[in-house]
Unconditional design. Structure first.
Length: 300
């Protein structure tokens, strides 16, 4: 297949690209700056988001288009300016993708749009599936709602669209896990916040496999939760991580301390939601890692 990816040099994008190439697909990564020497067999960099760029000319005939572009939510405190960049980077990239797709004579079979379980807002008691209609009202929830709404224009082009609502993606090199694991490696790990907040997690390998599953299964469309079937409370997450790393789980990080240290961004670790992958399971996807302990043992 011919696969186009925005955000292809990011956390999930790198893993996807590696897997696509290993399986013999042609990958086109959209980027602001390219070096022709970076192009290699099966991998082509395509310039976009600059005045005069015409990426649709290179992407004619693409089978799959994956949009992962957007400023990271993990790389600094959420000042008002930063929150504006987080939202606008997602909206502008998605708008540009729609423009590209509208110019293609042959539309791709499927459009895969990054999203997040933050859509549902925070709760210690509710269970959320793709059929949960009420969205949250915090910054992340509002951002995800606007992000997905921007991609509705792609659906209007007649392209099957999948919104991948990612939970906390587990990997030892990037994402939230290395930050959570750092205190444990220093022998000062413990419960984060109250410990009663839900962690809806997923192994990076299941993200990659699940996205390819969504590509190849035409019945998969609309919002799809990318979380393992067994979310856990934060206190269980911490105890399990400590056991896998052979480190103690004893020094708590109170919610107030997190708020002082991280500001509004503390919601990423001090709050959560219990999210289940109903669509993936109903359509026959088999998770590599359903159990947190096995996922962490594979990672570490």
């Amino acid at each position: 297949m011919k696969i186009a990816v925005t955000g292809g040099t990011g956390f999930v994008g790198r893993a996807l690209t590696k897997d696509f190439i290993r399986n013999g697909h042609e990958v086109y990564i959209l980027t602001r700056k390219i070096n022709a020497n970076e192009n290699k067999k099966q991998l082509t960099y395509v310039q976009w988001l600059n005045e005069g760029d015409r990426p649709w000319e290179v992407l004619e005939g693409v089978d799959v288009f994956i949009n992962l572009a957007g400023e990271s939510i993990n790389s600094g405190r959420w000042s008002e300016n930063r929150k504006k960049r987080i939202l606008e980077s997602r909206i502008s990239a998605t708008n540009e993708v729609e423009k590209i797709l509208s110019r293609l004579k042959k539309k791709p079979d499927v459009f895969i749009q990054a999203s997040a379980v933050g859509f549902y807002g925070i709760s210690d008691s509710e269970i959320f599936t793709e059929y949960s209609s009420e969205a949250g009202d915090d910054f992340l929830a509002r951002t995800v709602q606007k992000w997905e709404a921007t991609a509705w224009k792609v659906e209007d082009l007649g392209i099957r669209t999948v919104y991948c609502r990612f939970g906390i993606i587990l990997d030892n090199l990037d994402g939230a896990l290395p930050r959570i694991a750092l205190p444990y490696k220093a022998f000062i790990g413990g419960t984060v916040g109250t410990g009663n907040q839900w962690v809806s997690w997923i192994h990076l390998k299941d993200v990659v496999n699940g996205m390819m599953f969504a590509v190849s299964n035409k019945q998969v469309k609309g919002p799809v939760n990318f979380t393992a079937p067994n979310p856990v409370k934060m206190k269980e997450f911490g105890r399990t991580l400590g056991k896998v790393l052979h480190r103690p789980h004893w020094m708590p990080a109170p919610r107030l301390a997190l708020k002082i240290a991280l500001g509004e961004m503390s919601i990423l670790v001090s709050e959560g939601q219990k999210v289940l992958p109903q669509k993936l399971l109903a359509n026959g996807y088999s998770f590599l890692y359903e159990d947190l302990k096995h996922a962490l043992e594979d990672i570490y």
